[in-house]
Write a protein that binds this ligand. Structure first.
Ligand SMILES: Nc1nc2c(ncn2[C@@H]2O[C@H](COP(=O)(O)OP(=O)(O)OP(=O)(O)O)[C@@H](O)[C@H]2O)c(=O)[nH]1
Ligand SMILES: [Mg+2]
Length: 197
């Protein structure tokens, strides 16, 4: 049965690991810097404008938020890393929550690492990628906010970011825009493939 992304519902919020769902459904994870567009990607996949809260205020998503799609999988909206505007103590707490989620035995089927197409990856992005590469989890890079560039400029940035990260196949970096919805079908297909539908 193919996932139709017909029915996405808010499932719950976890401020601690033991508050995550316990039913073992596969989890598709949105990770990346604060403000990169994780919640916007959840909204686009859900086909609902506001199911996941989005904000221009960095650090909006402070807990792990679970959305259930077609009773088959969870979309997981992780707190962003590198919240410059929150206190050091709180930043540590978000990072610890995301870390403990990622390193626990969750049924993770695929992790998306989101990067703003206009911004060169920073040390945190590189650290996340290094971790993904040795984690054994399937992962994909999504370049967000592609609508902010022309098509040709977006393709140039796709190659530049792949080169900066030593990734051989630039075409594997998915161009995405929550504004135009470009890339949404590609990302849905990757999710379906990851959960074996
Ligand atoms: N033009 C454009 N704006 C986008 C896109 N994706 C996100 N944005 C905007 O970028 C800002 C941040 O988006 P969010 O989806 O809240 O980002 P986030 O990664 O969830 O941020 P945190 O929850 O703080 O970690 C919002 O103002 C969005 O409207 C996109 O594809 N195109
Ligand atoms: Mg968010």
């Amino acid at each position: 049965m193919a996932i139709q992304f017909q029915n996405t519902v808010f499932s719950g919020v976890a401020a601690r690991l033991d508050q995550c769902p316990q039913d073992g459904r596969p989890e598709i994870v949105m990770s990346g810097r604060s403000n990169v567009g994780k919640s916007s990607l959840v909204n686009a996949l859900a086909g609902q404008r506001k199911i996941a809260r989005t904000s221009q205020v960095p650090g909006k998503t402070r807990q792990i938020i679970f959305f259930e799609v077609d009773r088959a999988l969870y979309l997981v909206d992780l707190p962003g890393y590198g919240h410059a505007v929150v206190s050091h103590d709180k930043r540590e707490a978000f990072a610890q929550l995301a870390d403990s989620y990622l390193t626990s035995r969750r049924p993770i089927a695929l992790i998306f690492l989101l990067l703003d197409i206009r911004i060169d990856p920073n040390a945190n992005d590189r650290q996340m990628l290094e971790w993904l590469e040795q984690s054994g989890h399937p992962w994909r890079i999504v370049l967000t906010k592609a609508d902010k560039l022309s098509r040709s400029a977006a393709l140039t940035r796709q190659k530049a970011i792949a080169a900066a990260l030593d990734l051989a196949d630039a075409a594997e970096l998915v161009l995405f825009s929550s504004k135009t919805k470009a890339g949404t079908d590609t990302i849905r297909a990757l999710i379906e493939a990851a959960i074996g539908h």
